[in-house]
Design a protein around this ligand. Sequence first.
Ligand SMILES: Cc1cc2nc3c(=O)[nH]c(=O)nc-3n(C[C@H](O)[C@H](O)[C@H](O)COP(=O)(O)OP(=O)(O)OC[C@H]3O[C@@H](n4cnc5c(N)ncnc54)[C@H](O)[C@@H]3O)c2cc1C
Length: 296
Amino acid sequence: MSWQAELQAMGKMAANVPLAPRTTLGVGGEAAWLFRPSDKVHLIAAMSLIPEDVMLLPLGRGSNVLIADSGIDGLVLDLGDINTLHITDETIKVGAGVRMSKLAQAAANHGLTGLEFMATVPGDLGGGVAMNAGAFGQQISDVLVSVDVLHRDGHMACVSRDALDMRYRYTKLPQGALVVSATLQLETSDTEQIKAAMRDMRSKRSGSQPLALPNCGSVFKNPEGNFAARLIEGVGLKGEQRGKARISDVHANFIVNEGGASSEDVLHLIRLAKAEVKKQTNIDLEPEVKLVGCSL
Ligand SMILES: Cc1cc2nc3c(=O)[nH]c(=O)nc-3n(C[C@H](O)[C@H](O)[C@H](O)COP(=O)(O)OP(=O)(O)OC[C@H]3O[C@@H](n4cnc5c(N)ncnc54)[C@H](O)[C@@H]3O)c2cc1C
């Protein structure tokens, strides 16, 4: 039996899957294969069956990726069914496929503070850990205790936060490892206060980001002591358009898809912003968005 047929028995397996609808930016080609294991046991079993030369891409909500128009000649892993969530006192153990907004809500309902920002950040816990997501002065590394990772050879390991070298939008996961679940340590607070903070963060967001159009969040990391949006606006690129992609008029560190943009359109704008900021300010902007199958 082929490895693809064996995976089929452990979850949902499909060929030639369009990835644009699986990203918040809505661009990108197809994945040769997409596999959604039904649970952790099947994920572990599947991992040892996937040939080593098959490229693997874990994809959560696809809210911080730019996938090439040519797609991915490999296997996309959708961990959406690895979605257990256990709360014991102030500790949460949560699966990679749990949406961060749902996690924030669950923590709030239990009177636990530390994850309010997740109410405003799209994506799954696995993607959040991989990116060290954060906002409003909070980030995952503040509350993370450890991560259960699955290595490419099929063995599981528990990695403590300190071994992950987590920094601003950066996590050093072991090479090729998947985040399967994480343990978070929160603090007790008042549920109503937590929910009010979440509402406040949401309303601040809706006024300052172009949320009506498909986008991938911040395109560049903020350089030390500065803001990528301010720099891009400063070099006159706010509103710059290429095909159906545009540097947002609302927030210059966002690129929006006005309907039918290609990955190449978006890449063109990223390259332009990076080059122009470098030329005019000598600052090197580093992409926050993960480029998959393409490069600058
Ligand atoms: C409107 C908008 C606002 C945003 N605001 C913020 C913000 O305020 N703060 C912030 O930090 N981010 C923000 N983002 C970016 C994004 O939401 C975060 O980076 C989020 O953590 C990505 O999660 P995801 O599940 O979508 O990951 P994906 O985009 O699917 O993946 C991101 C990266 O993580 C890897 N990955 C995904 N799952 C796993 C896994 N299980 N194991 C190992 N690697 C994995 C992927 O391969 C990829 O390299 C925003 C995005 C949008 C669209």
